[in-house]
Design a protein. Sequence first.
Length: 328
Amino acid sequence: MTRTGDSILRLLSVMLVVLTAWTSCQQRKATSESIPEEPHYQDPTQWYVNNRKAAADVFYIISTETGDYVLPNGETCHYADTYRDSLRAPLYAEMLGVDTLVSGRLNYFSPYYRQCSLQSLESDSLTAARMTLPLGDVRRAFQYYLKHLNGHRPFILAGYSQGGRLMLELLKEMDQETYERMIAAYAIGTTIQESHPHIVAAKRADDTGVTVCYNSVRDTTCTMRGWERSRVAINPVNWRTDSVSALLHTEPSQLLPVDRQQKDTMSVRLDTSTGLLIVEGFTAQDYVLPLIGKEGNYHSREIWLYRDQLRENMALRTATFLNTVTGK
């Protein structure tokens, strides 16, 4: 080969290396730009806090309030941006709503986090691939809460849907000293298959250090994928783990105008073979979750339906825990 030919080959090789490096850089840049900024939990804007000066707290992890959206660079983002007002609004609405419905006199702390979009829950593989980011946020938020916000008070750990999944991971990672200050864990609208020393199934209304879990359906054919069976389950109306049914009376809610239903009297019982709550007598026009929902599945109602029972139960378990600690 001529000297000129060698020079051309060397030049082409250099150009190929440069092009490869540039392409890799652009791919990394696109990936980086499609991931929202990490929440900084020393920043008070990354929290919803209602400090009622109570002796115990609720640490609540919100459910999925985010869908996929397109960024200015054309990339699709699959995570909530906790610094973007339009995406924070539905997160805040749930935080406020749950605080209003169930906290009662307890202090309430809820972190903003880069939750997965609803589209991320369409398949197990997508969920597994994308859940790492929100788990990292929630883990950091919980550690910050324990160190800077909790004041060594007893606390209730609670999460709903995606938040319930993340809550269970916190529960499994919790050190023993922290676990001993946990009044109870409420894994609402999720399922529990695994066993772990910190996941102790609630058996009655006032046991502590336990996990409450339930999922509501019209019948067992109305389950969503992944919610078919739970090892841990309890009826939040009568706080029993057998199949004895309980009546649930609901009134129109002034807090949720979309739920202006007439008074219902529903029968709620636990199907002990699946761990599902069977709800009969629900007459309101229901909201079916897009993409993953199913008609007759009451996933979107898991807190609203049992709001009074949850509020009273959190107060009862807290009183029991505090009385045990003080020896009363």
